[in-house]
Structure formats: structure tokens, C-alpha cells
Design a binder for this molecule. Structure first.
Ligand SMILES: Cc1cc2nc3c(=O)[nH]c(=O)nc-3n(C[C@H](O)[C@H](O)[C@H](O)COP(=O)(O)OP(=O)(O)OC[C@H]3O[C@@H](n4cnc5c(N)ncnc54)[C@H](O)[C@@H]3O)c2cc1C
Length: 659
């Protein structure tokens, strides 16, 4: 019999769902003396906010992260802002509109009810963060300022210069620290979860490695929450922090948690282009820059060739010879089309030979018009740190005037190109954010829940903090209410011993391969395969080739890897080897999912399925579902299980950003 997935969405029209749902809360009383323990893995915005909230509610929280401080989680890198439907600009925004934009932005592949709930709690997040002291940008009169992000025609993005993630994380960290001091949260920094322990079919604890001593430790609790981020680094080069990995998520998947929509990977249009084969990291230039920056390539192929040869500079090309291709193709949204659309449009221009740097893989992001209109001071107030970051990396300052043609000043434009940035797919969760393993929850970027096939800018922070502050702390109680009568299990149980033994054996296996290749050299090769065959444009044939190449490279990893040192003490190479082992599982999962989805939608673009204008062509008749994958062992094809999507409030239609 086909497996059925229960997403636990309460019945009723969408706007009522969350209200009804909240009426079901049972244990929300900070004063009660709960004897329930929850493990929260991760201290990014999702993990830190969840741990702080659960602690405040009276749970005993064990909170782990791989960095030396929660403040160093990848979330700190978030630049541009966080969305909320406050409608401070009085521009017609509403909860419904944010809900609608997010579902449409996700190319109608998100779960409708989840997105509505997200839009509804978005406003609470801003209030919560302001109360924590997060220094959001303000208007001259003191009101919180907003700017626009892709896929929206209103201004709903709250920001703190280009450092929004950092400021939000400092806010969450203050709340977390408060609970640490109160004794409700016990923090374990430099600990990595290596496995989840299942006892009688429920998640009851984890095995974690102390990254400093190398020792394995057992943790038991009444429920486990993973908030361990996305899997973008499978591609080796990405805008993600170097430490981002998918080990915890993949280990949960191996233990039976379904993995949903892995092929939905976001390629961000505005990143600093790759500039050499020794590079290990890419840098994002925030989408917020598209509020004032205009994207273009030359109209004439001769100009493009001259730019590629280095005999001409962008600022020598006059206005009339510039092709602002997003404004031309999508007049209604212009430079603020969603990321998948903007990335594909950049690739299309570069594939046709209009790229503007020596590799032909770059387009311009130009501030001349806005600096001329607003002045450099205003632009620096908005994006100063991003301009400085760009200058540090490329030695070009986008605020430098470089030319004057017919009385118009031309400033040095940025060069940008799409790069791997965010993963919409993740561990499958039901409406309560519980995975298919009872007692195991997933929040933030590591779950699949809200963004469908494409995430809109400034919505990841919104989702992470919604999950952590306002959703999980309530929904987890439906599970924990029944757990209150059960004692926490002992870590002496054979299930813990066996899980620890397996992790230990894996460490030995990796150390004892004693081959000739470093982790990074194999990871880089995996990244090339991913980008080439499972990247921005995918075909059935390419995906099959990619899978074959990944399989061969995984065998090379198993036979020819070299990890120096021992498992005792600090061994960063060993930790990276574990991550790479899991990137292999993840890469293949992305390819399997992409191969099974014979349509194009959002971040998943199958070249066989496109309109005459090169837009993604969905097939709602056959693929209107969440694709969930069940692990079937190393080297075996996982099994696809479908969760059909049901829309009640929004009419599913072809996305249109043209008018
Ligand atoms: C450059 C950049 C800019 C961005 N800008 C924006 C923006 O402006 N607006 C927006 O909405 N989004 C933005 N995003 C996306 C957003 O930053 C992330 O999606 C979000 O911060 C993820 O938060 P998280 O809490 O889910 O995970 P993370 O912040 O990735 O945190 C993961 C946590 O899990 C821990 N961890 C991981 N594995 C393990 C393990 N095995 N054991 C123990 N701990 C583990 C880590 O230590 C860390 O604490 C940006 C992303 C990038 C890369």
C-alpha cells in the first residue's frame, strides 16, 4: 500500500487554521515546573530563538553548536533584511499579501497553510526583536524603515544596514544568555551532533562529538530539535559559511526522517563572480542592492567582447548601448524579480555571449543612476558596508566616479554572477514541524517547510525566527504533553551504546583509509559535478551523468581519502571528512529528486521544460506535490513518497512578473 503522509493541517479556511491551532496549546505557562528536556541542535537564528523560548517556557534545554560561540552561527552572515507585513509604508501590504507573494514566489510548490501561518507571525517577530534592542534602520522621524526585496511590489523588509542577520542573532543571543544564566539552557559549544538516537521508534537523544577533545558524548531528552542550516555547501563553492554542513540532517534522513524537495536549491543572482580555481568561498552582494542598483549587459556583442578582452570598461558604454534586461523583460518588477528569475536571465545573457568579465560569466550591477539622483551619502547610508566589502574583495569601489558622458556621471559598476546560496529543500516536517520520526523536530533552513521551489529574499530570517520564537515552542507541546508522564530515558540504553559505537567505527574507517587525496580536493570535484550537472540548468541526461560521476567519486573517497592526525583531540580534517561523506549522500539526493521532477519550477530548472521565452514550465497535473525521499541504504536509490499539495485560498497559476 502506498505510504500516506499526515501533514497534520487542521481543517478549515486558511485564515482560521492557525487561530484554531493556537487554541490547542496545553502547556504554555512559564511558571509551571516542567521536568521535560529538549535538545536543540544549532544556535543560528532558528536554534537560538527556539532554545531561548523553550527555556523561558520552563523546559530544560540542551543547546549545541559547532562554533565556539552561538554568535558565530552562519545566520550572522545574513545581510539584507527580514520581511514582515506591518505595512508601515502604507503601500497596501497585509498578511494576506505577504502570504500570497511567498506562495507565488515559491512557484506554487509550498504548503499553503504553513505560509499563511508564517505571514501571520511575521509582525510579532519585528516586535520581539525591537524589544530585544535590535537596531533596525529608522526613518528620520523615528519610525522603522523598510526597503523592497525581490518578488514584492511593496516595501516590507526591515533591516539593520547590511548586517541584519548579525543584529538579529545578537538579539536572540541575549535572550539565550538570559536563559543560560537562569539555568534553563545548558550550552555546549564546539559540539557536533553525529547521530540521532531512536528508542522505541521515537527520537530520544543524540550522539555528539566534542570537537576539542574528540570524545563522543551521549545526550538524552524528551524531544530533539534540529536547527542545523542548509546543504548549499554540497556544491563546494557557495555563499554559505565554510562550516555549514548537512551532517545532522543527513544522519536523521539515514535514520528514517523523510527528506523533502532536495532539488529546490536557490541560486542567488548577485554574488561576486568566481575568479580562480583556488577559491573556496563565494561572497554575496545582498539583494537589497537591487533597490537602487540596475543590472545590465551591453546591447552590442562587440562591446561585450571588448569588455571580455579588457580593452573597454563598463563606464565607457553610454546609456543608449546598455541593455537593462530585467527591466526590459519584466517591466512590472524590473530589477526586483525573484532570484530564480533574475539568475536565469543572467545566465541566458552570458550564454549568448554578453558576459562582461574575462570569463564571460558576469553582468553589471550599476549605481550610477541612483547616486546621481540621491547622492553618494544616501547610498552609503543604505549599503555602505556592502560597498566596502566589494572593494575589499575586488579592489573596485562602486561609489567611485569613473567617466562622464554628455554631462552624465558614470560610476564603477559591480560585477555579479549567480551562485549557490540557499536550500529550500530540507527535512520533511508536518504542520507542527515534527519530522516523520516522532519526537524529532526540524526548524529553520534545515526543514523544507515554507518556501516551495524558490525562496523570496528576506524570508529565511522570517521563517527561522517564526519557527524558533512563535511556532515550535507551541507545536512541540502537542508532542511533549503526552511525554510528561514518561521519564527521560537513560543514556545507558543499548540504543545509545550502539549509535555511539557506529559513529566511532565511522571515524576509524575514515582515518584508516590512508589514501592520497585531501578532503578539499575531493569536495571541490564534487562541487564541479554538482554545478555542471545538477546546477542552474538540468537535463535528464546530465543528471544521470552527474549521478554516475558522483557514485564514482564517492568510491574514490572511500578508497583514496587521506585524513591526517587521530580521532583524539582537535582534528578539523576529520570533521570535514564526515561532512563530505554526507555531502555525497545529499548531492545524489538532489539529483534523484531533480531527475524525478519532469518539470521546471522555481530553483529547479529542467532545460527540457521551458516556455518559448525561456521561463520555467510547471506541470501541475503531475507534479503538484512535495517530493519526500526515504533512505534505502548507501548506493541504493531512495524511495519517493508524495505529499499532495492542497490549495484553498490561492488560485494556482503561471507566475507572471511582467505586468
Ligand atoms: C551571505 C548570506 C546572506 C543572507 N542574507 C539573508 C537576508 O538578508 N535575509 C534572509 O532572510 N536570509 C538571508 N540569508 C539566509 C539566512 O541567513 C539563512 O537561511 C539562515 O540564517 C539560516 O538560519 P538557521 O538558524 O536555520 O541555520 P544557521 O544559521 O546555518 O545555523 C546552523 C546552526 O547549526 C549548528 N550546526 C550545524 N550542524 C551541526 C551539528 N551537526 N551539530 C551541532 N550543531 C550544528 C551550527 O553551529 C549553527 O549554530 C543569507 C544567507 C547568506 C549565505
Amino acid at each position: 500500500m502506498a505510504k500516506v503522509i499526515d501533514s497534520k493541517i487542521p481543517a478549515g479556511p486558511v485564515p482560521e487554521k492557525w487561530k484554531e491551532y493556537k487554541a490547542h496549546q496545553r502547556l504554555v505557562n512559564p511558571k509551571n515546573k516542567l521536568k521535560l528536556d529538549v535538545i536543540v541542535v544549532g544556535t543560528g537564528l532558528a536554534g537560538a530563538s527556539a532554545a531561548a523560548s523553550l527555556g523561558e517556557m520552563g523546559f530544560n534545554v540542551i543547546n549545541l553548536c559547532i562554533q565556539d560561540s552561538p554568535r558565530r552561527a552562519h545566520s550572522i552572515a545574513a545581510q539584507g533584511g527580514i520581511n514582515a507585513a506591518k505595512c508601515y509604508q502604507n503601500d497596501g501590504d497585509s498578511v494576506y499579501r505577504l502570504f500570497y507573494d511567498t506562495v507565488k514566489g515559491g512557484d506554487y510548490r509550498a504548503r499553503e497553510a504553513n505560509v499563511y501561518r508564517l505571514a501571520e507571525v511575521s509582525n510579532n517577530i519585528i516586535d520581539q526583536c525591537v524589544a530585544q534592542g535590535v537596531p533596525f534602520a529608522r526613518e528620520y522621524g523615528g519610525m522603522l524603515a523598510n526597503r523592497s526585496f525581490g518578488g514584492a511590489q511593496v516595501s516590507r523588509t526591515f533591516y539593520a544596514k547590511g548586517q541584519t542577520g548579525q543584529q538579529l542573532l545578537l538579539g536572540a543571543y541575549s535572550s539565550l544568555s538570559c536563559q543560560v544564566k537562569a539555568g534553563k539552557v545548558k550550552l555546549y559549544t564546539r559540539y557536533e551532533m553525529e547521530d540521532v538516537v531512536i528508542v522505541d521508534g521515537r527520537a530520544r537523544g543524540i550522539i555528539a562529538k566534542n570537537l576539542v577533545t574528540g570524545e563522543l558524548e551521549r545526550f538524552s531528552a524528551n524531544a530533539v530539535v534540529i536547527a542545523t542550516g542548509g546543504y548549499g555547501n554540497t556544491y563546494f563553492l557557495s555563499t554559505n559559511a565554510m562550516g555549514c554542513n548537512c551532517t545532522a540532517a543527513v544522519q536523521c534522513y539515514r535514520k528514517g526522517a523523510y527528506f523533502a524537495n532536495p532539488s529546490y536549491v536557490q541560486i542567488h543572482p548577485t554574488c561576486i563572480p568566481v575568479h580562480g580555481d583556488k577559491q573556496s568561498k563565494l561572497t554575496l552582494m545582498s539583494e537589497s542592492l537591487r533597490n537602487d542598483g540596475r543590472i545590465w549587459v551591453p546591447k552590442n556583442i562587440e562591446d561585450a567582447k571588448a569588455l571580455q578582452a579588457g580593452t573597454k570598461q563598463g563606464w565607457e558604454i553610454p546609456e543608449v548601448d546598455r541593455d537593462y534586461y530585467l527591466e526590459r523583460r519584466y517591466p512590472a518588477f524590473g530589477n526586483l524579480v525573484p532570484r530564480d528569475v533574475a539568475s536565469r536571465a543572467a545566465k541566458e545573457r552570458c550564454d549568448k555571449g554578453f558576459g562582461v568579465n574575462n570569463t564571460g560569466l558576469a553582468v553589471f550591477l550599476d549605481f550610477s543612476e541612483s547616486i546621481n539622483r540621491l547622492g553618494l551619502d544616501v547610498i552609503m547610508q543604505r549599503y555602505g558596508n556592502l560597498f566596502e566589502m566589494y572593494e575589499e574583495i575586488t579592489d573596485v569601489f562602486p561609489g567611485d566616479v569613473a567617466n562622464e558622458i554628455n554631462g552624465v556621471k558614470y560610476y564603477k559598476p559591480m560585477m555579479i554572477y549567480p551562485a549557490i546560496h540557499y536550500t529550500m529543500g530540507g527535512i520533511w516536517v508536518d504542520y507542527e514541524l515534527q519530522t516523520s520520526i516522532p519526537g524529532l523536530f526540524a526548524i529553520g533552513e534545515c526543514n523544507f517547510s515554507d518556501h516551495g521551489a524558490n525562496r523570496l529574499g528576506a524570508s529565511a530570517l522570517m521563517q527561522g525566527l517564526a519557527d524558533g520564537y512563535f511556532v515550535l515552542p507551541y507545536t512541540i507541546q502537542n508532542y511533549l504533553a503526552d511525554q510528561a508522564v514518561w521519564p527521560k530515558v537513560s543514556t545507558d540504553l543499548p540504543e545509545f551504546a550502539e549509535a555511539e559505537k557506529k559513529v566511532d567505527a565511522e571515524l576509524d574507517r575514515l582515518l584508516n583509509i590512508k589514501g592520497k587525496r585531501s578532503v578539499d580536493s575531493i569536495h571541490k570535484e564534487l562541487g564541479h559535478i554538482m554545478w555542471e550537472y545538477v546546477g542552474m540548468g538540468r537535463t535528464a541526461e546530465g543528471l544521470k551523468t552527474g549521478l554516475k560521476k558522483m557514485h564514482e567519486l564517492e568510491q574514490e573517497f572511500d578508497k583514496n581519502l587521506f585524513v591526517p592526525g587521530t580521532k583524539e583531540g582537535l582534528n578539523i580534517e576529520l570533521d570535514k571528512a564526515i561532512h563530505l561523506r554526507d555531502f555525497f549522500t545529499m548531492g545524489q539526493l538532489v539529483a534523484f529528486d531533480a531527475l524525478s521532477r519532469n518539470e521546471s519550477c522555481g530553483g529547479h530548472f529542467r532545460e527540457e521544460y521551458q516556455t518559448e521565452e525561456g521561463e520555467a514550465k510547471r506541470d501541475d497535473e503531475n507534479y503538484f506535490y512535495v517530493g519526500c525521499w526515504e533512505y534505502k541504504g548507501k548506493g541504493n536509490e531512495p524511495e519517493l513518497i508524495k505529499e499532495p499539495l492542497e490549495y484553498e485560498a490561492i488560485k494556482v497559476q503561471t507566475r507572471n512578473y511582467k505586468n
